[in-house]
Design a protein around this ligand. Structure first.
Ligand SMILES: C[S@@+](CC[C@H](N)C(=O)[O-])C[C@H]1O[C@@H](n2cnc3c(N)ncnc32)[C@H](O)[C@@H]1O
Length: 242
């Protein structure tokens, strides 16, 4: 039997934003792994998944998601998660699912897990089930279309620095920034400098009961890691960029 590893996107956190296909794959898997920073506490993906599946087949895997400085610690976490998947296949599992917030192909730890498992389990079949991203939830929450006609869109990780963010704002019509909670005051400065502050919004804990969406101009301190900044195209007329 072919061993199958499936990365399942479970959306930003609202159980109603998990796709029917994701639920089918999660329910059919022999083992469902959920990433967590702390094995003693349920992470975002787990809380979302638990709305849809039995808990006996669910297991937490520590992933040092926010570990940016200690590469060895990060890699040890990927190795341990990969070994756990390989052991599950050896013990007879045919399908292991890894639930990840948003989409598994957008800045997800699933990519690292898949690379590790490919190295450990020859012939493993790796696939993904797309999920709704935080960026889409923020557009829905604000009622601002991300792009229309010939407008361009950039998704920028703020961990890559503010200079690259400036360039993205110059090159692209709509710019969405991830991984920026700790950089928010600097982001606000750049938006002011580029004349894009007034229209920019920041969404935190999107898709959750505590979801907050505020104007970037009202932000004067760091925000949590799960925050997303949306800068819509500078000017729009109906159908103007078709
Ligand atoms: C490692 S990336 C994961 C992206 C995810 N795979 C996706 O497709 O949306 C983490 C970043 O995604 C954004 N993010 C994910 N979920 C979010 C949420 N519920 N609310 C706000 N931002 C979120 C934040 O910018 C966060 O820093």
């Amino acid at each position: 039997m072919t061993a199958r590893l499936v990365g399942v996107g479970v959306g930003p956190g609202d159980p109603d934003l998990v796709t029917v296909k994701a639920v089918k794959v999660l329910r059919g898997a022999d083992l469902v792994l959920v990433p967590t920073l702390d094995v003693g506490a349920a992470g975002r993906a787990e809380r979302t998944v638990r709305a849809h599946i039995d808990h006996e087949r669910l297991q937490r895997v520590p992933f040092a998601l926010n570990e940016r400085t200690d590469r060895a610690r990060r890699e040890a976490a990927w190795d341990a998660a990969g070994a756990l998947v390989a052991a599950a296949f050896t013990a007879g599992a045919t399908t292991v699912a890894f639930a990840t917030i948003g989409d598994p192909n957008v800045y997800s730890s699933f990519s690292y897990l898949a690379a590790t498992v490919r190295g450990l389990v020859p012939g493993v079949e790796v696939s993904t089930v797309p999920g709704i991203t935080a960026m889409q939830q923020l557009a829905a929450a604000t009622g601002v279309p991300l792009v229309e006609g010939e407008e361009t869109l950039t998704l920028y990780p703020l961990t890559a620095g503010l200079q690259g963010y400036r360039e993205a704002l110059r090159r692209s019509d709509c710019v969405v920034a991830y991984k920026g909670g700790r950089h928010l005051p600097g982001v606000v400065e750049v938006l002011r400098e580029r004349g894009r502050l007034d229209a920019a919004v920041v969404g935190t804990d999107l898709g959750l009961p505590g979801q907050s969406v505020v104007k970037a101009s009202d932000v004067d301190a760091d925000l949590p890691y799960l925050s997303t900044v949306l800068v819509p195209p500078a000017s729009r007329t109906r159908g103007g960029r078709l």
